[in-house]
Write a protein that binds this ligand. Structure first.
Ligand SMILES: C[S@@+](CC[C@H](N)C(=O)[O-])C[C@H]1O[C@@H](n2cnc3c(N)ncnc32)[C@H](O)[C@@H]1O
Length: 956
């Protein structure tokens, strides 16, 4: 049904080539409907679609109306002419819009974008004529189409067929334009249902159609399940059909009631003595004049009191009283007694004779309204048939009447119907004047005694221009009458009724005869006018009825609209809720937007603030990228190192003026980059060998930048150092450290040697008292235990004051002892990598190392929350390097520069006292402290394998 509908509406239809389909059932049955234009594979369908959609859309030729170009019209005429030539069917009676649409459809099928191109194709490919004919004969149909109409027939028409009601024993029905037979069979079925058990009169259904293909199918009486299902109930299918191999066949009984024949309704003779003519959905495709003729034909073919059934959108408007409506809604009409005006095809004045002679795009003259030719002839006859022409308001000839060769002559070149170019010399101006006057005044204009030249001869004529048209309407056609006065003896004849000369019988008789004729014509004219008026009245009545029924339709549409309105209202309510939701979401979005804007503003402000801070602080700052190139330097840097932004931007740190090679800083920066953790270190004599700088390195991740940047803050501590040196404080501090160590060593010795020995002696004495009489005997063991505790305490104090092993067994043993004691005390695991080949003989330096270790591990135990401490001692270039690494939470870099962090200060001072450095690095998984102490030059290093050679100075 879909395919048929699409095709009927002028659309194009595609089916997948079953050969390419996974399941070929659907495309196969679509192809079998005969409604498929293209059978293609899927990629080919896509190509065809894009080709078709790329074609320019042609305007509907009807819409184009007068604007349609002469070329277009000519091409369409050529198409119709070619069609008539190859199929014998004259489609000029069909509505131009229908023709236009169908031609366009075929053009699209072939991918052609011009009517002319299509006309050429039609000429060269005979098969195309058949295809276009099939398209033009739109065969859309179905069983019981518009079922209510069949109910109405059963209610008001079939009862009139009762035998005897028309004095005839058989019922004769004509289905004109029956397509593939569904309508004829539906009528047969409904008649059988109507008669039920009653005796069925002999029913003959003549079903005709112009399409041979459709008639062949109708005759076969076989339909697919789909076609049946469209209009038939299961009950009807069971009753009237039997399944066959390729579908369902109509029952013998129904088939025998129908006779199918190919017939062209427009030109072939009709059936006669019919009870019912059903011509549905055919007239709509035909021009109004042809519709009128066919209605008159049906009137002729029907018995008196016979019925006419039309399609849902067809009416008897152009039937001029031949039918009376019986059931307007269902388009059932009854033949009236009016005399039929039907003329058989042979007697009809048709074709070129009647075709207008005007330009091709000029609207056809509507003969139903006013018979131009008749009127012209009437006037000319009244004037003894002089020559004349009918012209339109552009002075173009539309009809020639009588002999006009004396006054007109075709000019050489293309045919031209303009009277001005045809008229013989001498009368053009006068003719134009008369025409203008007649057109303006809408009254005849006459000019007499004009001399018209023809070759060497000249003739005298009277010329009259007479407006033509129904009374009361502005004439748009004019009759130009040429009266040859010369031919009547050189006497100009006055055509106005002249009073007959008295006693002149001949003249009187002539005048009477002329007047009679004129009277006759006037009567005929009046009669025809009255008839036309009557017909128009009927037409108006019918129109009125149609309007009334349209009104009913409108009312039901109104009801539908009301229902739709209610639905709309419900939808509207939903929309309101939705709108509310959207509004609240919008508000939320606006709020978020606002927050984002504020955050951005804050970020901008923070950026500006940070920029201002960076620029204002007095500490030099550098920002480096991943490749350690300078991205920015603050004003303090430029001030402090005497550079300009141009000199620093994009330079590597080593390329900066005065820096030179800085491997320690480089390492520190790389560690910060890879570990992502802040570092702090102090490098001396690294800027032009003059300045001591303390570096703070902090990696920073900036959103939108690929890798971290490094913020390198520099403290120039040269001045402090120098001041410290100059003030002798450092030396004093070093001296104090030495004194302190010496004092500690002395106290430790005294505690260990003097007190320890006295306590040991006491322990022996007490041991001798074991077994003494009571009360002493019981107390002795307690006293011995107390003395042993005192001995241990004295040892611990001595050990704390001075790691004993350093003096006796050397640095490695002292460190090992420290770590073991630390491990026992704190539970933190320790490890030592001792990789020193040479050892500076300076016992103070060794003491400093041990003290730094002591302080560092004490700090780790207090703050780092570590579980492992690794100590490594190795030789650096001119340095002894000790690294103490923990796996704790990392050191707070602020603490490093806090003057209240006395432990850190102490470690720094110990290193500084020996010309060394102390640095801290946060690795991300703990902290590493690095102490670098220079091995004094010129001093022969001592072998580490000789313990005891390193002695604290205080031990001397
Ligand atoms: C749209 S169908 C209508 C079929 C059927 N009457 C119905 O209403 O279901 C129109 C039919 O009129 C036929 N037709 C068109 N012009 C015709 C003509 N001049 N003579 C006979 N049949 C014609 C077509 O072939 C087509 O089958």
């Amino acid at each position: 049904a879909g395919l048929r509908a699409v095709k009927a509406a002028g659309g194009l239809t595609f089916a997948q080539d079953p050969e390419t389909a996974q399941y070929d059932g659907m495309p196969q049955s679509a192809i079998e409907t005969g409604c498929v234009d293209f059978v293609l594979s899927i990629p080919e369908i896509a190509c065809a679609l894009s080709r078709i959609t790329a074609l320019p859309v042609q305007e509907d030729s009807e819409e184009k109306g007068a604007e349609s170009t002469a070329d277009h019209h000519e091409d369409t005429q050529r198409i119709l002419h070619l069609l008539k030539g190859s199929t014998g069917i004259d489609f000029t009676h069909y509505k131009p819009a229908t023709i236009g649409r169908r031609v366009q459809r075929r053009m699209a099928v072939h991918g052609l974008d011009g009517v002319a191109a299509y006309a050429d194709r039609l000429r060269t490919r005979p098969a195309e004529a058949e295809a276009l004919t099939n398209d033009l004969l739109i065969g859309v149909t179905e069983f019981f189409r518009d079922p209510v109409a069949f109910e109405a027939l059963a209610a008001s028409v079939y009862p009139a067929f009762q035998p005897g009601s028309s004095g005839d024993r058989s019922v004769r029905v004509w289905v004109a334009g029956c397509s593939s037979g569904e309508e004829a069979y539906s009528l047969a079925m409904s008649l059988l249902e109507f008669y039920q058990d009653a005796p069925v009169p002999q029913v003959q259904i003549f079903a005709t159609d112009l399409s041979a293909k459709a008639i062949a199918k109708a005759r076969s009486g076989v339909y697919s399940r789909e076609e049946l299902r469209r209009g038939l109930s299961e009950e009807r299918i069971d009753r009237f059909f039997t399944p066959v191999e390729n579908g369902y066949r109509i029952s013998k009984r129904v088939r025998e009631m129908c006779v199918f024949a190919r017939q062209n309704l427009i030109k072939d003779p009709p059936f006669s003595r019919l009870d019912l003519v059903s011509c549905r959905n055919l007239l709509i495709y035909l021009k109004q004049a042809v519709q009128a003729r066919l209605l008159s034909l049906f009137h002729f073919a029907l018995k008196p009191g016979g019925f006419l059934l039309l399609g849902k959108s067809e009416s008897i408007t152009s039937a001029h009283g031949l039918f009376a409506p019986l059931d307007k809604t269902n388009r059932i009409y009854m033949k009236t007694k009016t005399h039929s005006t039907y003329q058989s095809a042979e007697t009809r004045v048709d074709g070129p004779q009647r075709e207008q002679l005007g330009r091709p795009n000029e609207p056809a003259y509507d003969e139903t309204r006013f018979d131009l030719q008749m009127e012209a002839d009437r006037i000319l006859l009244a004037r003894y048939a002089p020559g004349g022409v009918v012209v339109n308001d552009k002075l173009e000839v539309v009809l020639y009447r009588g002999y006009t060769g004396k006054y007109l002559e075709a000019s050489p070149g293309k045919p031209d119907l303009d009277l001005r170019t045809m008229i013989r010399p001498g009368i053009l101006r006068e003719m134009e004047q008369a025409f203008e006057q007649a057109r303006k005044e809408q009254l005849p204009a006459r000019i007499e005694s004009l001399q018209v030249r023809r070759d060497s001869e000249s003739a005298q004529i009277n010329l009259e221009v007479i407006p033509l048209g129904p009374p009361g309407q502005t004439a748009t056609y004019f009759l130009v009458v040429f009266e040859d006065v010369t031919a009547r003896g050189g006497q100009a004849r006055d055509v106005s009724p002249a009073p007959a000369a008295e006693g002149n019988d001949d003249g009187r008789d002539l005048e009477i005869a002329r007047l009679r004729r004129e009277l006759c014509h006037t009567q005929a004219y009046l009669r025809s006018n009255m008839q036309k008026h009557a017909a128009r009245d009927e037409e108006l009545t019918a129109l009125n009825e149609e309007i009334l029924s349209s009104n009913e339709e409108l009312q039901s549409m109104n009801e539908e609209l009301e229902a739709a309105k209610e639905e709309l209202q419900a939808s509207q309510e939903e929309l309101v809720t939705l709108n509310e939701e959207l509004r609240s979401r919008n508000a939320e979005l606006a709020r978020l937007n606002d927050e984002i804007r504020k955050a951005l503003q804050r970020a901008e402000e923070s950026g500006a603030y940070a920029g201002a801070v960076v620029e204002t602080i007095r500490q030099p700052l550098l920002v480096l990228d991943r490749e350690l190139r300078v991205q920015g330097a603050n004003a303090a840097y430029h001030r402090s190192f005497g550079t300009t932004p141009e000199q620093t931007a994009g330079k590597r740190i080593g390329e900066l003026d005065g820096w030179g090679d800085v491997p320690a800083l480089q390492t520190m920066l790389e560690q910060a980059l890879s570990g992502g953790q802040p570092q702090e270190n102090e490098l001396e004599d690294k800027w032009r060998g003059e300045r001591s700088l303390l570096f703070h390195v902090r990696p920073i991740q900036i959103s939108g930048k690929p890798g971290p940047l490094i913020l390198l803050a520099i403290d120039d501590v040269t001045a402090q150092k120098r001041a410290l040196e100059a003030s002798g404080l450092r030396r004093l501090s070093a001296h104090l450290q030495q004194q302190l160590e010496a004092e500690r060593t002395r106290i430790a010795r005294e505690v260990h040697d003097e007190l320890g020995q006295a306590l040991t002696a006491l322990q022996f004495e007490l041991g001798a008292l074991k077994g003494a009489p009571e009360p002493w005997g019981a107390k002795v063991p307690k006293l011995i235990a107390a003395v042993q505790g005192a001995i241990q305490t004295a040892r611990d104090i001595a050990t704390d004051l001075r790691p004993p092993l350093l003096d006796e067994f050397g640095l490695q043993a002292a460190i090992e002892w420290q770590l073991e004691a630390f491990g026992k005390r704190t539970g933190i695991e320790t490890a030592l990598t001792y990789d020193l080949e040479i050892l500076p003989p300076n016992p103070d330096l060794l003491t400093a190392l041990v003290r730094v270790l002591q302080e560092a591990i004490t700090n780790i135990a207090r703050h780092a929350q570590a579980s492992l401490v690794t100590v490594s001692l190795h030789d650096g270039e001119d340095y002894l390097v000790m690294e103490i690494a923990d796996n704790g939470v990392g050191i707070d870099m602020v603490r490093l520069s806090d003057p209240r962090s006395l432990g850190i200060l102490g470690m720094r001072e110990r290193c500084a006292a020996h010309g060394g450095q102390l640095g801290f690095a946060n690795r991300g998984d703990g902290t590493t402290l690095t102490a670098k102490l220079p091995i004094p030059r010129g001093n022969p290093s001592s072998s580490l394998t000789e313990p005891g050679t390193t002695r604290a100075s205080g031990a001397e």
